[in-house]
Design a protein around this ligand. Structure first.
Ligand code: ADP
Ligand code: MG
Length: 321
């Protein structure tokens, strides 16, 4: 299959947003935002063997690629609008492309984001890169920098499931602690908290998404705001599967150090706590208060009233120097 054939067959779709003036097919796409909007832009890359296992299903890879990118838009409170896809593949495998593109467009249609362009090349291994653009009302981007001393610290969903799922998938089948279906669901098919992010624009003082694990992302959020936090480990939201399959110590480690949950971590001013809780009631995405912002610029953890020492070597890092 030639490059043009791949694009035509798998990535050109008729459905179109009204703010896309020129879709796939020319040298550039042309879009037209309304005058009172700002545009949030983010890019995320997934490399075979680094961000996904070589035997991961194509549909799972596509879902995770879109979900991880939309999670960044969610963290800013932006409404998904347009995306571009850079696709590097060792070969043009029709079955793989079929499953990949169907899953990609499932996500795109669900979240109302349109694929407006991209690039298709060959490479020794699969490298997928997506750039997403989201719309924001003027001056309303939800940033990392606004947390104030006394604010409550919240997290959405449950923590650690993506890491537990990945761990299970890398074991031999007899040693897998959770079912493969659960693992694929919780490692690859996460749902970006897009709607929650938009609601948080009206309530939160700061927000980020958890891609590198609570410990890393909480430290970054607090550092960006020039404050610290005290987190109560008993409050961390753990899934039923996590609680049933893992001893508490191990569950806490997954929740703190495991990445790729793509939940939102945010701060709420004291006087908005109950307003926030009623604003998100209908979402069916739980939000849990896990701590409070404090003046001293570090993130401290407590377990049953005692200080809890972090294990800094457990944090996953791409570049260790
Ligand atoms: P150029 O050589 O000018 O960069 P291409 O021939 O690479 O253009 O691409 C033709 C059109 O197809 C462009 O509109 C480009 O954005 C789009 N395109 C290429 N690859 C992809 C892809 N993987 N997904 C979506 N659109 C793509
Ligand atoms: Mg060109």
């Amino acid at each position: 299959m030639q490059e043009n054939e791949i694009i035509e067959r798998y990535f050109v779709k008729n459905r179109q947003r009204h703010d896309v003036l020129l879709p796939i097919g020319d040298d550039c796409a042309v879009v037209k935002p309304t005058p009172d909007t700002e545009i949030a832009i983010s890019c995320d890359t997934m490399i075979e063997g680094v961000h996904f296992l070589s035997d991961a299903p194509a549909a799972a890879i596509a879902h995770k690629l879109v979900a991880s990118n939309l999670s960044d838009l969610a963290a800013m409170g932006a409404e998904p609008a347009w995306m571009t896809l850079s696709l590097s593949l060792p070969k043009a495998d029709a079955n793989w492309l079929d499953a990949f593109s169907l899953s990609l467009f499932d996500m795109a249609d669900y979240y109302g984001i349109q694929l407006i362009g991209g690039d298709t090349t060959t490479a020794p291994l699969k490298v997928l890169s997506l750039t997403v653009h989201g719309l924001l009302p003027k001056g309303q981007a939800l940033r990392r920098t606004g947390a104030q001393v006394g604010d409550w610290l919240y997290v959405s969903g449950t923590l650690g499931d993506a890491a537990l799922a990945l761990h299970s998938l890398t074991q031999t089948s007899s040693q897998r602690v959770v079912s493969d279906a659960w693992a694929i669901e919780h490692h690859y098919h996460t749902q970006p908290r897009v709607r929650l992010g938009q609601i948080l624009r009206h309530h939160a003082s700061s927000c980020t998404d958890i891609s590198d694990g609570l410990m890393t992302d909480a430290a970054q959020l607090m550092m960006a705001s020039g404050v610290g936090a005290l987190i109560t480990l008993e409050q961390l939201p753990l899934s039923t599967v996590m609680q049933q399959k893992m001893p508490m110590q191990q569950a806490l480690e997954y929740a703190l150090y495991g990445g790729e949950d793509y939940e939102l971590l945010f701060t709420i001013p004291v006087h908005r706590k109950s307003i926030l809780e009623s604003a998100v009631k209908d979402l069916r995405v739980p939000v849990t208060c896990i701590g409070q912002v404090k003046r001293q610029p570090d993130v401290a953890y407590r377990w049953q009233g005692q200080p809890w020492e972090a294990q800094s070597d457990a944090v996953f890092q791409h570049f260790t120097s």
